[in-house]
Design a binder for this molecule. Sequence first.
Ligand SMILES: *Cc1c(COP(=O)(O)O)cnc(C)c1O
Length: 418
Amino acid sequence: MKKKKHAFKPESLMMSYGYKPSLSEGAIKSPIFLTSTFVFKTAEEGKAFFEVAYGLREQYPDEEPGLIYSRINNPDLEILEDRLTLWDKAEDCAVFESGMSAITTVLLEFLKPGDLLLHSIPLYGGTDHFIHHFLPKIGVHTVGFKPHQRRKEIEQILDDTGKADRLAMIFIETPANPTNALIDIACCKKIADTRSSADKKVYLAVDNTFMGPIWQQPLKHGADFSIYSATKYIGGHSDLIAGACCGSNEVITRVKFLRTLLGNMASPHTGWLLMRSLETLKVRMEKQAKNARRVAEFLDNHPKVEKVYYLGLIKPGTRAHEIFERQYKSTGAMVSFDIKGGEAEAFRFINALKLIKLAVSLGGTESLVEHPATMTHAGVDKAHLAEVSVTDKLVRLSIGVEHYKDLLWDMEQALEQV
Ligand SMILES: *Cc1c(COP(=O)(O)O)cnc(C)c1O
């Protein structure tokens, strides 16, 4: 029989890819390389490693970048980064000590004074704050658009700024937090392309925390960056803070260089924990999505619930449904809903829950509940929030891996008390 070349699926490679047991006494798992610096065999080797690290010359075809110092590179981070490239089919990846450090490092590297940043609304609170309160201090202009707006309207918003020729980046978050509103990545790519010129490329960055890396691959739709808060699904156990950014060799080389200067890389211990998490990422997310479907159906049929925001409830034939079909492989594990009433009713429900814990963050093995208007989104402009359906009656759930019957029981008894 002719031997066919077989390509393993990412989930089959999460236990071994990028790690050579023979370099670590045969240990099946990568040790945690708790070391600040690495010993060079010779002065010539040290010189060669630095030439590559500082970009003084191109790497030779069969040359491996040498380990120098843990702010620049560390085995736990390198193996983790190699594994993270697989889902996104990226050339390279950089991991960070938080999702915010991944986001801010990309923005700082690819924006300069006078530039314009176009972004989707709503954004994660920390990202929103950085864009509206920090970027203006260094002379970067920003303008936002909302999920329902189409290409023509977005182009109009750009032109109305009078600075469209300085557009340098489009930054989007899809599905948007906390309402699961969808943004069309391919449409943003078209805008980026038409606004690019021979000497200025407009980059497209996607915060892929909610559905990536398993169910949404932004690079496939033309994005230059797929960015993560690895604190959420990738870490998945609510026990660490980390971030990641995937993209081409060209852009990630720039991102890693700034990371080396800012020193905001993940620690070896965090890198090791994330490698452990990656082994179960797919099974966790699949179970969470299954549970979320049960939860969404329950809420959708409950008399005390006004509206459910969940990807599985998007109506066929709508523009959102067309984006959903093209961009996503699952309906995900985030469910938000409007309770009948307002803040008082929402709080009564939240306070009555026994199994589902009241905490911000998401994507972990345990189910969490929070009230966006007074918690995660408390700092966002109220007028903006109302326009994107974030009101006092909105409750956000991140569904975990518990038995779904326990989740339904908990919500039923809590709703009874409203
Ligand atoms: C949590 C989160 C972030 C920030 O990540 P940290 O790891 O907390 O720094 C950014 N974007 C989204 C969508 C998030 O949920």
